[in-house]
Write a protein that binds this ligand. Structure first.
Ligand code: EPU
Length: 356
C-alpha cells in the first residue's frame, strides 16, 4: 500500500471542494485495509473512507489518512457459495461486487448480462459500497429489494464479517452503517432476476416511456426503463461533472398525520406521500421551493434552478464546505420558522478530524 502526503481531495468529491488530506492511499483489497489500520494506529490518526465522494461535504483539510475505495471485481456465485447459503431459486443470480466498483457501471453491466432489478437505480453517482450505507433509492425502487448480503471490514478490530440484508437495518436513506462508523463495506451481493420484470409505478417513468420512447409501460424492457430513468434524472438533476453537487442535500422529512393535516390547512398544495405507518413524508424540495430559494446564489454557492433540494457549488468559484453548510443552515432555519419542520442534512459532513 502506497501512502502519499498532502493530497488534494478535489477530484475525489463531487462538490469539487479543494481540501488536502495529510495522508492518502488507495484501497484495493483487505491487505490494504489492514495496513491502513496499522498506519493509523501507529500514528494516532483519524481516518476517512471515500467511495465516489458523491455524498460528502468536506469543510476542512483532513488531519489523518483518507482511503479511496478502489477495490474492483464482479462475480456471479451460486446460492451455495453465499456466506449465508440460501434455497436455490432458478431465476435468481447472485452477483458479488467489490465496494469500489462504480455504481452505474455495474447497473449497466447487470442489464447487459440479462440480470434485472437495478434499472430504476440507474445513473446514481457513487460506488457499489456506498449503496447499502444510505440505502440508495429512486424512482420507486431501493437497494433493499435486491440486497442479499454484505461483507464488512471492522476497522476498529481488524475483522471481516458478513451481514444479511435484514442485519443492515435498511430504512429511508438509513442503515446500520450510519451508526457503526468503524464498519467499512467491502463487498455487496445482489440477488438479481433473470426474468425481466419492470417497476414503472413512478409516474414520470410511465409518462416518459409512453411519450418519448413510445412504449407501453407494462411491456417496456428493463433497458428501456433504464433509458427513461437516465433521461428523467438528466432533466432534473445537475451532472456533478458540470455543476458540483451531492444530489439531494436534505432528506424528505417525515411528519405525523396531525402535523400533516395542520400544514395542509395552510398549504393546500403541500406535496406529501403517505407512509405505511400512517405518517407522511413531505417533499423537502417543495418546502424549500415555496420559500423562494430555487436559483438563489451567494458566496459562490446556491440552490439549483430545477430542483430546490439540490445545493450547488459554482464550478470555478472558491467556495468550500463551510459556505455550503452556511447555506444549508439558512435554508433549514427558514423551513423550521415557516413550516415548523426539521430538515435533516443528507450527505456526510466531514471536518479536520472526521464526521461533524
Ligand atoms: N418539488 C418542488 N420543487 C422543487 C423540487 C421538488 O415543488 O424544486 C416537488 C414536486 O412536486 C415534485 C416533488 O417535490 O413532484 C418530488 O420531487 P422529485 O420527484 O424531484 O423527488 P425528491 O423527493 O425531491 C427524491 C430523492 C432523490 C430521487 C428522487 C426520485 C430524497 C432525499 N431524494 O427526491 O434522490 O432521485 O426522489 O425518486 O429522497 C438523492 O438522494 O441524492 C436523490 C437525488
Amino acid at each position: 500500500m502506497n501512502i502519499s502526503r498532502q493530497v488534494n481531495l478535489q477530484p475525489f468529491n463531487s462538490l469539487g471542494i479543494e481540501v488536502y488530506a495529510d495522508y492518502f492511499s488507495q484501497i484495493n483489497n483487505l491487505q490494504d485495509l489492514a495496513a491502513a489500520r496499522c498506519f493509523c494506529q501507529q500514528h494516532g490518526l483519524p481516518w476517512l473512507l471515500i467511495g465516489g465522494g458523491s455524498n460528502l461535504v468536506l469543510t476542512d483539510d483532513f488531519a489523518g489518512l483518507v482511503m479511496l475505495m478502489a477495490w474492483q471485481g464482479r462475480q456471479l456465485v451460486t446460492c451455495a457459495e453465499l456466506h449465508f447459503p440460501t434455497q436455490s431459486a432458478p431465476h435468481i443470480g447472485y452477483w458479488q461486487v467489490a465496494a469500489g466498483e462504480n455504481w452505474d457501471d455495474f447497473v449497466a453491466f447487470s442489464i447487459e448480462q440479462q440480470y434485472f432489478g437495478l434499472q430504476n437505480l440507474s445513473l446514481i453517482p457513487g460506488t457499489v459500497g456506498a449503496a447499502p450505507i444510505q440505502n440508495i433509492g429512486a424512482y420507486g425502487a431501493d437497494i433493499a429489494q435486491v440486497l442479499q448480503e454484505v461483507q464488512v471490514y471492522d476497522f476498529a478490530n481488524d475483522q471481516v464479517f458478513y451481514l444479511t440484508a435484514a442485519d443492515c437495518q435498511l430504512a429511508y436513506r438509513d442503515s446500520v452503517f450510519k451508526r457503526r462508523t468503524d464498519w467499512i463495506v467491502t463487498q455487496v451481493t445482489f440477488a438479481l432476476s433473470c426474468v425481466p420484470q419492470v417497476n414503472v409505478g413512478y409516474g414520470d417513468i410511465a409518462k416518459h416511456l409512453q411519450q418519448v420512447i413510445k412504449q407501453a409501460p407494462d411491456t417496456a424492457s428493463p433497458q428501456q426503463v433504464r433509458e427513461a430513468v437516465i433521461a428523467i434524472r438528466q432533466s432534473k438533476l445537475p451532472n456533478p461533472d458540470d455543476i458540483p453537487n451531492v444530489g439531494s442535500f436534505f432528506k424528505n422529512p417525515i411528519v405525523t398525520a396531525t402535523q400533516y393535516r395542520q400544514l395542509l390547512q395552510e398549504w393546500p398544495q403541500l406535496v406529501a406521500y403517505p407512509q405505511a405507518d400512517g405518517a407522511y413524508k413531505l417533499a423537502a424540495g417543495w418546502l424549500i421551493d415555496q420559500l423562494g430559494w430555487k436559483g438563489h446564489r451567494a458566496n459562490a454557492v446556491g440552490v439549483h434552478e430545477n430542483q430546490a433540494l439540490v445545493l450547488i457549488r459554482e464550478p470555478h468559484g472558491t467556495a468550500g464546505g463551510k459556505e455550503i453548510m452556511q447555506l444549508a443552515e439558512a435554508i433549514k432555519a427558514n423551513v423550521q420558522q415557516v413550516f415548523a419542520v426539521d430538515l435533516q442534512v443528507e450527505p456526510r459532513v466531514v471536518g479536520a478530524q472526521g464526521k461533524i
